[in-house]
Design a protein around this ligand. Sequence first.
Ligand SMILES: Cc1cc2nc3c(=O)[nH]c(=O)nc-3n(C[C@H](O)[C@H](O)[C@H](O)COP(=O)(O)O)c2cc1C
Ligand code: SF4
Length: 606
Amino acid sequence: MRQFIQDIAEKNHNQITRLLQILRAIQSRYHYVPQDAIEQLAGLLHVPRTRIISVVEFYSFFHLTPRGRYELLISDSITDHMLGKKDLSDYLAHKLNVAVGEVREDGQVSLDNTSCIGLCDQGSAGLVNGYPLTRLDRPRIDCIVDLINQQKPLNEWPSELFQVNDNLIKFGLLLNHTIVPGEALKETFKRGLQETLAEINQSGLRGRGGAGYSTGLKWHLCYEGSQADAFGDVDAQKQPQRYVICNADEGEPGTFKDRVLLNRYAHQVLEGMTICAAIIGATQGFLYLRGEYLFLYDKLQTILDERRQAGLLGNNIMGQGLDFDIEIHLGAGAYICGEESALIESLEGNPGIPRNRPPYPVTHGYLGKPTVVNNVETFLAAAAIAVRGGEWFANVGTEKSKGTKILSISGDCLHPGIYEYPFGTTILSIVKDCGASDVMGIQVGGPSGTFVSNREFDRKMAFEDLATGGSFIIFNNSRNILDIVNNFTHFFAHESCGFCTPCRVGTSLLKKQLDKIIEGYGSAGDVVALVELCQLIKSHSHCGLGQTATNPVLTTLERYPELYQSRLKEISYEPGFDLDGALETARRLARRNDAGAHLAQVEEAL
Ligand SMILES: Cc1cc2nc3c(=O)[nH]c(=O)nc-3n(C[C@H](O)[C@H](O)[C@H](O)COP(=O)(O)O)c2cc1C
Ligand code: SF4
């Protein structure tokens, strides 16, 4: 083992920033991260062993005790559940003779759940040693069990088991007008860097990762911020190094468009990053690829090599004096690492805990240097705009939402997959296109977004109305809303990074309170307590995860109060339950300002 650890550390230049990549290699080889490996790494990387342990403990793909030689993880997304996940995973556990969450006695196989793996269009899905297993059903599971019992290496398993389809269904402005490698860079150099930034500004492009910040402004601030010393830190002026990061963490349940964009249009995404580098003056870029997309890693490395050979990456790109290269960093199973400052922490070899902001990454990002973080789709769009101009893009969409949005549609519809729509498209026309019928409602923007009932289908997909990072999960009338809310609430409690009390304790309490009501043990007072807790988590959490974790409860309680009411047990001494009154009290209570003290009491009681 000593030699392996030394080699892997050397391959990563003994850099702490490569810690996740080193730990991934160790986990993959030994099926856990042994204490001896931690000791040795601490010496090689010159960091305390506790720092390495904190990273191993933070990421769900690393373990301090051995997992099976075949490590099976089954996706826990609501769409997997809708496709029979529970029965399938019980069947798998039975056939393999191993309980969920356990390692089989002979050490050959372990089985566990994992948060949505980005394959909602072809579930039920899972991972074996990090590689995707799609469209699981009983015959496929029988085959997998046989292969494991025969101890067949993964490269001898039938390739159909691992087949991931793109399911590209509706092409719009961007997907219809892709570029050839080098085309956008050529136009950028021909037009001029500042002139190209002006086109990006004119296009009105806003970030596609969810928050919708102006892309042109972000690039401008990164360039200017490091020149103008926005936070009084003279160091920023002395250190012109800047970074470009592509956020391919795509952890929001129900989102899988970045997976397809990277599989089909990687050149264009990487070109968008390179244009950004030229404009802001960066020499180094990172593609932060979620660990669940390991299957894309080799292909993306090949494309990076092709680009280097074609003079589109590396030194003196296209003979224009631009030096820029891109490294791929794989994540290790943590939804919070999609949040840009947590992502940067992760890239630096730390647990992915969101930073205090301001300062923002544009001035103090990776290693404290000015950094642009953009979503995969944002870079794809930027490259297209560099070729076709800002007006071409701005002519489509609405006043505040220019261009198109690429959606990942899944759930109860005939054609799950990737659809591109101009902003301003109604929910009704999207529902019609994907072959959905008898629809009860749609979760727009994933669990952190909004539940839209079938009474609201005239609403529009746009920043002015329904903003979305791209997740669009359809539910028909056979579905139980409380099961959906329960799944989402458990997801947030599981993915809370634990840094701040309102989210760490609050999401866990929320889960318990909801379970109590759903299981029929709640009274009217419990709904009041539920709302009070939601308000408290929403208003006191440190980052976007906690601030949106209560959306599933709040948006469904608002639309379907009778559903919650129907689960309450009847208490004879509670005369005439008035939910509106209870909610009003809750709203009033939620505004009190002693939330911190209340949570401290709660935490003590736990
Ligand atoms: C909990 C959480 C998870 C996030 N996950 C992602 C993600 O997977 N991909 C992404 O691009 N942005 C994600 N974001 C938004 C990023 O913080 C950031 O706003 C985005 O990457 C900026 O790129 P854009 O301007 O191109 O949208 C997440 C934010 C939060 C709070
Ligand atoms: S809100 Fe949740 S995820 Fe965000 S920092 Fe606090 S504990 Fe971590």
